[in-house]
Design a protein around this ligand. Structure first.
Ligand code: NAD
Length: 499
């Protein structure tokens, strides 16, 4: 089923007031070069706005503001209870603007509005609130020294944090960084993806309205190779928290090495296996979860369960059910509340995904469903859910992160083989297992090399659970939970000689 309602898209973006300048030191400002870049609506291919493109000079200005307020201590040393109140207010303002922020992410990233309103923005709010709640519940330590000394082990904010984020969950990925970084007292330079800057700019403005002091949260839109690189190489930025592709993640490590050895955390891509054992629960349950795993957010999801590794005895019934369920996932106008699959984020990305579909065909996989660009008449970049059967784990579609609605189905005969195929990947972000046997579930969960393993569901945990990857899916960092909160602090020992 396909829906198209371009009129709704046009009228929705004409009612919005976009923020298009950089947000530095508590206000919107023009960038030094006067340069801008275009952001478009991928559901229509039309320009949404021209946004200021920050470069080195703007980054320098934002770092100076961030450093100055950090050193003054008006945020970094604000009593925890007070800081908590301000961040709560920020969360309340975000919540009150759910519809607006959801619309911005929907229009700019092509995501279904229903997902933006019911998942992305509520999760954004929850994240900011969760980290605020933790602020005055964490205690530092006194070490067990002799009675004539006193040793305190303290956690202090790192200082100025650069946060570079991707476009697939624009507001939520920003919140995963700024929630814990703000809560722990740091100053931040947030660089959204050039494909999705609008909600981040609005978040900066709402933080200021909540009482976050000028300079604490700066939002610098711009291109990766200019704004991103200037942040990465800046010698007065103490930490770079990155989410995006492993290629740019590698560059971030080199930026740190070339500059001031700033702390680096990387959250990168995935090629997650969904392993269906012969004793899996009902086919309906497996199929519903596998579908969400593969196609939710158009497959533009770092944990996308893009490899369905299924016991040979279950492959046919599972495929039949999956194909049936796909009919209930309409591709269409992201502003239509029934749409489950919106637009790919941009033309170049759509072409990349179509290139993978071509590679699947030429490498001998069997195209069972989809495989085409659809709704071309809208000017948007839509691809229908695509399933390849008879995939071999050595094929390109099974090895590389596609970041689109393309599922590879691979069969196995033994548990050993299932584990070996699942782990045969450079990535290790997430994995799912389907089995009714608790022992098998436990054994497999331990054997799979992934940061998050879900059993009998496709899930990433909630705000209480750390999120991050093994192997090339991550480096050092964890988003969400108290582990995220801690990574934005550094340990200090204070040793006192007493009488
Ligand atoms: P990307 O790596 O192309 O871009 C990510 C960010 O890096 C953007 O803000 C971009 O402008 C910036 N950037 C690009 N080039 C840069 C450079 N030379 N120097 C500094 N910054 C630069 O990734 P993307 O296409 O925006 O996002 C998709 C990727 O993100 C996928 O690999 C996906 O799996 C990953 N991702 C991971 C997680 C996670 O939590 N592990 C979450 C979401 C997305």
């Amino acid at each position: 089923m396909i829906h198209s309602k371009n009129d709704t898209i046009r009228s929705a973006d004409s009612r919005l007031d976009f923020r298009t300048q950089a947000f530095i030191d508590g206000k919107f400002v023009d960038v030094a070069s006067g340069r801008s870049f275009v952001t478009e609506n991928p559901a229509t291919g039309k320009t949404l706005a021209e946004i200021a493109a920050c470069d080195k000079e703007d980054v320098n200005r934002a770092v100076a503001a961030a450093r100055s307020v950090f050193d003054k201590g008006s945020w970094s040393r604000m009593p925890p209870e007070e800081r908590k109140k301000v961040i709560f207010k920020f969360a309340d303002l975000l919540e009150n603007h759910t519809d607006e922020l959801a619309l911005l992410d929907c229009l700019e990233a092509g995501k279904p509005i229903q997902d933006c309103r019911t998942i992305d923005i509520p999760e954004t709010v929850k994240c900011i609130r969760w980290h605020a709640e933790a602020i005055d519940k964490l205690y530092d330590q006194v070490s067990p020294t002799s009675s004539d000394t006193l040793a305190l082990i303290l956690r202090e904010p790192i200082g100025v944090v650069g946060a570079i984020v991707p476009w697939n969950f624009p507001a939520m990925m920003a919140a995963w960084k700024i929630g814990p970084a703000l809560a722990t007292g740091n100053s931040i330079l947030l660089k959204p993806s050039e494909l999705s800057s609008l909600s981040a700019l609005r978040m900066g403005e709402l933080a200021a309205e909540a009482g976050v002091p000028p300079g604490v949260l700066n939002v610098l839109p711009g291109l990766g190779e200019t704004t991103g690189q200037a942040i990465g190489l800046h010698t007065d930025i103490d930490m770079l928290a990155f989410t995006g592709s492993p290629e740019v993640g590698r560059l971030c490590l080199s930026y740190s090495a070339q500059s001031n050895l700033k702390r680096i955390t990387l959250e990168c891509g995935g090629k997650s296996p969904q392993v269906v054992m012969a004793d899996a629960p009902e086919i309906d349950i497996v199929a519903e979860n596998a579908l969400i795993g593969a196609f939710w957010n158009m497959g533009e999801n770092c944990t996308c369960g893009s490899r369905l590794i299924v016991h040979e005895s279950l492959k046919d019934p599972l495929m039949d059910r999956l194909i049936e369920l796909c009919k209930e996932w309409p591709v269409g106008d992201p502003l239509n509340h029934e749409t489950k699959i919106g637009a790919m984020v941009e033309k170049a990305h759509m072409e990349k995904v179509l290139g993978y579909i071509e590679a699947g065909n030429s490498e001998g996989a069997h195209l069972t469903l989809g495989g085409r660009r659809v709704l071309e008449e809208t000017g948007g970049y839509f691809i229908e859910p695509t399933i390849f059967d008879k995939v071999n784990n050595d094929m390109k579609i099974a090895r590389e992160e596609i970041f689109g609605p393309v599922l590879s189905v691979i069969t196995f005969a033994s548990e050993e083989q299932a584990i070996s195929i699942a782990n045969d990947s450079n990535y290790g972000l997430a994995a799912s297992i389907y089995t009714k046997d608790l022992n098998t579930a436990h054994r497999l969960s331990r054997s799979l090399k992934a940061g998050t393993v879900s059993v009998n569901c496709f899930a990433e945990g909630d705000m209480t659970t750390p999120f991050g990857g093994f192997k090339e899916s991550g480096f050092f960092g964890r988003d969400k939970s108290i582990w995220a909160h801690e990574q934005y602090t550094q340990l200090k020992t204070i040793w006192m000689q007493l009488d």
